[in-house]
Design a binder for this molecule. Structure first.
Ligand code: FE
Ligand code: FE
Ligand code: ZN
Length: 291
């Protein structure tokens, strides 16, 4: 299984720091933002750190082709504001320089536009991007506010309209909140295949959800602690048809009174053992406090 989590990408340690963090979780892949997700400030890439990161990846048999970058979520490609396109174009170049293949993108918010107009803006913006080796993976969204990309049909429209390298990132929390029933994942995957085509599925975000199916909320929960549940998530994680697709946890950090800690090492263990850990909270806190 190609499993990992969201990790940080810091100014000083860059990709090397991200690889080290992923290894500390026992992961075989990871995802990161090249800077803060909520702003567009980006530091120059350090080629030496990239080179060291590649060596560490090789030593640990991690395939660079399974590593994912997430585009900042403040850019709204569904608007016709040129800023969104310009930033994404720069981001694609950064991803390409890192030698990474997949860039996950939230398709955006319609705001006052109709869904059709919003989708057409996304298509126009994507088609303006400079040619690159990077595949943009449109993420399935929960439907919070005026988000678009909340069903497979809308994503199919975007794919049909663009002439760039395109893929899809399926987020389990988002599709649950959008109304897909993950207790019947075979049906969901069948529908994905019929409407979009399984070959477009390049990344899966594995999250439990704090809200009920169809709630249109988008609040992630730790694995097995939400409404999707451990067994349904294990069923997705071990599905043979998607066994080569990288799977990324974006579950919330665990907080005590002082600070918060990443749950990923323990969630990855749960997944590998197929056994729910009802002491996740304490295990995480104790582990990082003993450090
Ligand atoms: Fe996302
Ligand atoms: Fe996601
Ligand atoms: Zn989300």
């Amino acid at each position: 299984m190609i499993i990992g989590s969201h990790v940080s990408f810091k100014k000083d340690t860059q990709l090397l720091g991200s690889v080290r963090e992923a290894l500390s979780y026992g992961a075989s892949t990871f995802m990161f933002y090249t800077g803060a997700p909520q702003n567009t400030i980006r530091h120059d890439l350090d080629t030496l750190k990239t080179k060291e990161a590649y060596e560490l990846l090789k030593e640990n048999n991690i395939d660079i082709n399974n590593i994912i970058v997430h585009a900042p979520y403040i850019i709204n490609m569904a608007s016709d504001n040129p800023f969104a396109y310009e930033f994404l174009n720069q981001e694609v170049k950064r991803v390409e320089r890192l030698g990474i293949k997949y860039l996950v993108l939230h398709p955006g918010n319609a705001l006052k536009l109709s869904i059709e107009e919003a989708i057409s803006n996304v298509i126009n913006n994507l088609n303006k991007l400079d040619k690159s080796s990077v595949t943009i993976c449109i993420e399935t969204m929960a439907g919070k506010g005026s988000e678009i990309g909340t069903n497979f049909e809308q994503i199919k429209k975007i794919i049909d309209g663009v002439s760039i390298n395109i893929g899809v990132c399926l987020d389990t929390c988002h599709i649950n909140d959008a109304g897909y029933d993950l207790s019947n994942f075979d049906e969901v995957l069948k529908s994905f295949d019929e409407i979009i085509g399984l070959k477009y599925l390049k990344c899966i975000h594995i999250n439990d959800s704090k809200n009920l199916m169809g709630a249109k909320k988008d609040r992630h929960e730790n694995i097995g602690y939400g409404t999707i549940g451990f067994d349904n998530l294990i069923n997705i994680l071990y599905n043979e048809k998607i066994k080569d697709v990288p799977k990324i946890l974006e579950t919330p950090y665990i907080k005590d009174s002082k600070t918060s800690y990443p749950p990923y090492k323990f969630e990855i263990e749960m997944i590998k053992n197929k056994t729910f850990n009802e002491n996740l909270y304490n295990d995480v806190i104790n582990y990082y406090n003993d450090f």
